[in-house]
Write a protein that binds this ligand. Structure first.
Ligand code: TMP
Length: 238
């Protein structure tokens, strides 16, 4: 049994060493940030609900054959995960225009794309996570051509699985952000980080009620109660 040590603290989570070689513990904080942490608050209950939702979603995609870093939920705030080398990219898949694509390219919010649109952002807080393309990624050696091809296949597949699943409970998946890693012991490519309403845009397919972090970004309601409502719709909590 190894002694638990903090190895990394991000904006919403902390990573600790795990109980066995090759594992880590991912701890969900109550901290909420937006606009590269210019906006910050601590929202009681957010960590616990995201831990549950992310567990549920990771298991859903795992069932459909997508490899992930997720092993099991340990308690209300922690998950056991595989130790991975994180690829420094935020992979965003957009079904409907919202958020930064609207301000960056003047696209009308709500435009439905004919097919899912994939974007990559370089994960670097000091630079404000700038958008990058395939050439930056391979020439700056963040990932290889072959690996990036597989990242795109997995990203589209996850989007497809989740879009269909959310629609069954009357929810539209507007966009989502994924992160990928390579498992340290065998170099396998896996979906890493979390998949939660912090990293997706979700709304009711009819009423358009929102269930994601835009509520916090734009102060339009109580984030944690909306996340709980979403968790109930998914059957994650009673
Ligand atoms: P964007 O429209 O602000 O680029 O966001 C696209 C998606 O990515 C949205 O679902 C929110 C998610 N996202 C993150 O998970 N982390 C981030 O740092 C940002 C900017 C967006």
């Amino acid at each position: 049994m190894l002694v638990k040590q903090k190895i990394y603290e991000g904006k919403a989570k902390i990573i600790f060493t795990g109980p066995q070689q090759g594992t880590l513990i991912q701890y969900f904080k109550d901290d909420a940030t937006a606009f590269n942490a210019k906006k910050f608050d601590v929202l009681d209950g957010k960590g616990e609900i995201n831990n549950l939702i992310s567990e549920f979603i990771m298991n859903k995609i795992k069932e459909k054959g997508i490899p992930t870093h997720f092993l099991e939920r340990i308690n209300s705030r922690e998950q056991l995960i595989l130790d991975c080398k994180i690829i420094p990219l935020e992979v965003v898949i957009r079904n409907i225009a919202a958020g930064s694509i609207c301000s960056r390219l003047g696209v009308k919010s709500g435009l439905k794309f004919k097919e899912p649109l994939i974007e990559f952002y370089y994960k670097n807080d000091n630079l404000g996570d700038p958008i990058v393309n395939d050439s930056h990624i391979s020439l700056l050696e963040w990932s290889t051509h072959t690996e990036l091809k597989q990242v795109k296949v997995f990203a589209l597949e996850v989007n497809n699985i989740l879009s269909r699943y959310f629609l069954k409970v009357g929810i539209t998946l507007i966009d989502l952000k994924l992160e990928f890693g390579r498992v340290k012991v065998d170099n396998r490519l896996v979906v890493a980080d979390e998949i939660s309403p912090d990293s997706c845009r979700l709304c009711d397919a009819i009423s358009q009620e929102k269930f994601d972090k835009d509520i916090f970004r734009f102060d339009t309601g109580d984030l944690v109660s909306s996340y709980r409502k979403l968790a109930k719709r998914l059957g994650v909590i009673l």
